[in-house]
Write a protein of this length. Structure first.
Length: 87
């Protein structure tokens, strides 16, 4: 694989990862916090309705988890394409 093909494959995979993670981010923040709030509010966690919890705290936890997932995916992708800092 040439250097140009390697770079193209790297960025294509990176954009796919970004698209998937942004879709999850959107679904959690907009979907759970706004669209599905009435259905989620039928469930209670620790005295708070689940829809409110997702809008106030749950989405933040998901966002932090998404950051760690992105770092893990990118480290794996860097190693696959020979761009790791350890190489």
């Amino acid at each position: 694989m040439t250097e140009q093909e390697n770079a193209t494959a790297y960025w294509k995979t990176n954009l796919r990862y970004l698209g998937i993670l942004l879709l999850i981010w959107f679904m959690v923040s907009y979907g759970c916090g706004i669209l599905l709030v009435d259905q989620l509010n039928t469930i209670s966690i620790g005295g708070a309705k689940l829809g409110f919890w997702f809008a106030q705290q749950g989405s933040i936890y998901v966002f932090v988890i998404l950051i760690f997932i992105y770092v893990w995916l990118m480290n794996r992708l860097d190693r696959k394409h020979g761009l790791s800092e350890n190489d």
